[in-house]
Design a protein around this ligand. Structure first.
Ligand code: PLP
Length: 459
């Protein structure tokens, strides 16, 4: 490595996020220089198909000029304003109006008519947690505070959202989870945790029974909310088993427990419908969205809430003199302008129609690799899929974690010009929503090359 080079400066000064810092110290980082459609190019000129859309977010790829122009126009007109103290600005109002109009139906078909803006998915879920506690205090249920997440669920990296997430490595040595308000139920990965002879529906019923037993053990009067991603992203792109959300929702209703749909990955077309809630028949009380809201060209997230929850905010504001919550950059006008342009592009180009048209090529192309000696399972919906690697296909025996086979496949894919993400021994795919059938074919060929190279290295 040359002294004074970009890579040397990176090693000397950058603390990379969610990174094996030891490996970074030895190997350095791939520094991405530019993007074009579904492809990115690193500082050495190497080209990659970005089959993760960055972090499940660059839905329109890496070179959508209209979004750059929307940001520039807004920067010239009003580069910053806030929404504190009864002030505001047009882009955030128009975006809130739009999101309320396109939101999925909430519980009992009620609307999700009110929107709070933040900068990240973590902040949206963190705000949801705060509002749930606030809501239950205001309506006179101060004991109803516990939150249920799921193993391998991911809702963010703040103190509260990392506590809620089922990601042990994001809690270890951070003194998390904080307090005793965070509960977990099992991960609904049917391939991995379904028992011999158990149907998907029976597995879902078992997951639901586990949830109900937990609620009864803790006391329903202490449990405020259940958080779930329609498709678990950070857990390894895990689609729910058939009947899962149908089995879970009546239990939550019976115990008057709110359902928070974390649509940070699924929202805006990823599953082939605008919302994962539509794909899986979820009627939430709150919904969080980010990532594809701006196609990742600006940091922005939204928390959508039902009328009853909004009524409690109003009541709490009266009681306390104001609604004491907000972020300096929440609802930033440039981010909101980019979000409005993103949503306009989705509609004008019928991106949902495109996702539905190419999804079979995506799912069949990856599915065709089921015969590969390393592949135990391939499952997905729309343009999100997870491939589970196994040491033995017949018994589904996993590799020992220490063998880091997922990372080996990820590295071999990278050498083959494909960026995917290994989550343990699951390989996640969430390409930009604009990916074409031809690019999907190329993506699958590069994945096969990566798998073959990993297999050869393991012999
Ligand atoms: N929720 C889900 C489902 C996510 O996948 C993520 C990030 O990947 C988050 C929340 C956190 O979002 P952010 O990284 O923008 O804070």
């Amino acid at each position: 490595m040359r002294p004074n080079s970009l890579h040397a400066a990176d090693l000397a000064h950058m603390v990379h996020q969610q990174t094996d810092l030891g490996a970074h110290g030895e190997d350095g980082a791939v520094l991405i220089k530019r993007g074009d459609g579904c492809r990115v190019f690193d500082t050495e000129g190497r080209e990659y198909i970005e089959a993760m859309a960055g972090l499940w977010c660059a839905s329109l790829g890496f070179s959508e000029k209209r979004l750059a122009e929307a940001a520039y126009r807004q920067l010239l007109e009003l580069p910053y304003y806030h929404t504190f103290f009864q002030k505001g600005h047009e882009p955030s109002v128009r975006l809130a109006e739009k999101l309320a109009a396109i939101a999925p139906p909430g519980k009992e078909g009620g609307g999700l008519n009110h929107v709070l803006f933040q900068c990240s998915g973590s902040e949206a879920n963190d705000a949801a947690i705060k509002l749930i506690w606030y809501y239950n205090n205001v309506i006179g249920r101060p004991a109803k505070k516990k939150l249920i997440g799921r193993m391998r669920g991911y809702h963010g990296n703040t103190v509260a959202t990392a506590s809620l997430s089922g990601q042990p490595h994001m809690q270890a040595d951070f003194d998390l989870p904080l307090g005793d308000r965070f509960l977990q139920v099992s991960n609904p990965n049917y391939y991995r945790f379904g028992q011999d002879g158990e149907t998907e529906e029976a597995f879902s019923a078992r997951m639901a029974a586990e949830l109900e037993a937990l609620i009864e053990r803790e006391g329903g009067e202490t449990i405020a909310a259940f958080f779930a991603e329609p498709v678990q992203g950070g857990g390894g792109a895990i689609t729910p088993p058939r009947g899962y959300f149908e089995a879970i929702q009546p239990i939550l209703k019976r115990h008057d427990i709110l359902f928070v749909a974390d649509e940070v990955i699924c929202g805006f077309g990823r599953t082939g419908n605008l919302w994962g809630c539509e794909t899986y028949g979820i009627q939430p009380d709150m919904l969080t969205a980010a990532k594809q809201l701006t196609a990742a060209y600006q940091p922005l997230s939204a928390l959508l809430i039902s009328d009853p929850i909004h009524a409690a905010l109003l009541e709490g504001s009266r009681r306390n003199g104001s609604f004491g919550h907000g972020f300096t950059y929440g609802g930033h006008p440039v981010a909101c302008a980019v979000a409005l342009e993103t949503l306009a592009i989705y509609e004008e180009r019928d991106l949902l129609g495109h996702v539905r048209a190419v999804a079979p090529a995506f799912l069949d192309g990856l599915g065709a690799l089921r015969g590969h000696p390393l592949v135990g399972d391939v499952r997905g919906v729309g343009l999100i899929a997870g491939v589970e690697l196994v040491a033995d296909k017949a018994s589904k025996a996993p590799f020992p974690a220490a063998a880091k086979v997922g990372l080996l496949v990820q590295d071999k894919c990278q050498e083959a010009g494909l960026i995917v993400r290994a989550i343990g021994d699951r390989i996640a795919f969430t390409p930009p929503l604009i990916i074409t059938a031809a690019e999907i074919g190329e993506m699958c060929r590069r994945f096969q090359a990566g798998l073959d190279a990993a297999w050869a290295a393991l012999q």
